[in-house]
Design a binder for this molecule. Structure first.
Ligand code: Q9C
Ligand code: ZN
Length: 371
């Protein structure tokens, strides 16, 4: 399988984030992509390719051009406005209750982008968990290029291709960034596939979190089926979307399937959910599936609460590939760095029908010697 990767992701150099007002070391860091890249190199069974450049047209096919313009200038505005923070996050958000009782016309007129960078971050952002830094815009554009390059490998005849996207994408909605995501790589690819082929497309989202952005973008679409297995939003981010009764509207009625799972979900429960998800995809026509692949479902993930082990990723990859459809596999989350490389190898080898044997763990001590 081809692995699309670019070292350009290093420019989105995030070191800290805030969670509920407390500063912590960032979860979505550059090392994640480097660990996966190194593990797939060490495997020997994967080939690497560089992304091509696709420009902004595929992005504005699913995102508000205003979001793109904001992200493009956000960091230079931070510095122009004399803000000295390590990253940009919002000051206030336009909470829906701020406008309670006002007419739709009034709201349409009043809810607009202010000048202050921290107000603009509130206008376009979902939460404080997507640190925006100097390199973010260029790197987020690069992640889209990685995803579209993987798509083109598949449209060109490959059975599957893997895009090592960083930053991830599935929390980004048409007019919103958030949750470590800036552009919705999977949604951009799904839209581009429908445009190129005229076929229906399915998106299977197996990140630990609900892909609220992907769901929102395709909510009314009859040609894109979104199926997601994730932590119940009663207890986990993004809290306000991801419940089982969200099924789509209009042409999209019945095209959205959410499978929320309990805390502590086991391999067995996860495979049951996988079978349901795969069945929902097999039920409608189409020859390509876009996979939003996250490893924050792993038992030791610092922000997840499932109990999965590496073996189950091999089996999930195998069951998804057994659909007999071509796969554009795009990296989303996964924050337990010691397991990321093996989990990615297991999933992708499963998708290729290859067996999985663990590679001996290689670590480095503080003095630099191999252990
Ligand atoms: N207590 C992705 O996995 N909130 N995004 C973390 C931890 C943000 C996750 C809070 C989670 C975003 C792509
Ligand atoms: Zn996630």
């Amino acid at each position: 399988m081809q692995v699309v990767y670019t070292p350009a992701h290093l420019g989105h150099d995030v070191t800290v984030e805030t969670v509920m007002g407390v500063e912590i070391p960032a979860n979505e860091v550059a090392e994640r992509a480097e660990i996966i890249r190194a593990a797939l190199d060490a495997d020997g069974g994967f080939e690497r390719s560089e992304p091509a450049e696709y420009g902004t047209a595929p992005i504005t096919a699913v995102h508000d051009p205003g979001l793109l313009s904001f992200l493009e200038v956000a960091w230079s505005e931070v510095r122009r406005q004399g803000l000295n923070g390590a990253f940009l996050s919002a000051d206030t958000y336009p909470n829906r209750s701020m406008f309670e009782g006002m007419s739709d016309e009034a709201i349409a007129r009043l809810v607009r982008e202010p000048e202050h960078a921290a107000g603009r971050a509130g206008f376009w952002g979902l939460d404080s968990a997507a640190p925006l830094v100097a390199g973010t815009y260029v790197v987020a554009r690069g992640a889209v290029d990685v995803a579209l390059t993987a798509m083109d490998l598949v449209l060109g005849g490959a059975t599957a291709a893997y895009g090592l996207c960083r930053p991830p994408g599935h929390h980004a909605a048409r007019s919103m960034y958030g949750g470590y995501c800036f552009f919705n790589n999977a949604a951009i690819v799904a839209e581009a596939i429908t445009a190129a082929t005229g076929e229906r497309v399915a998106i299977l989202d197996v990140d630990f979190h609900h892909g609220n952005g992907t769901q929102q973008i395709f909510w009314r679409r009859g040609d894109v089926r979104y199926v997601s297995i994730h932590a119940d939003p009663q207890r986990q981010y993004p809290y306000f979307l991801g419940r089982a009764d969200e099924t789509g509207e209009g042409d999209g009625a019945g095209e959205n399937l959410n499978i929320p799972l309990r805390a502590g979900a086991t391999n067995e429960e996860y495979l049951e959910a996988t079978d349901r998800a795969v069945e929902a995809i097999a039920a409608v026509p189409g020859s390509v599936v876009v996979v939003s692949l996250g490893f924050d479902t792993y038992g030791l993930d610092p922000i997840g609460d499932f109990a999965l082990t590496t073996d189950v990723y091999h089996e999930v990859g195998r069951r998804v590939a057994a659909l007999g459809r071509r796969l554009v596999i795009l990296q989303e989350g996964g924050y337990h760095r010691p397991s990321l490389g093996e989990n990615a190898r297991a999933w992708l080898r499963g998708a290729e029908g290859r067996p999985f044997e663990p590679l001996p763990a290689v670590g480095f001590t503080a003095s630099g010697s191999v252990v």
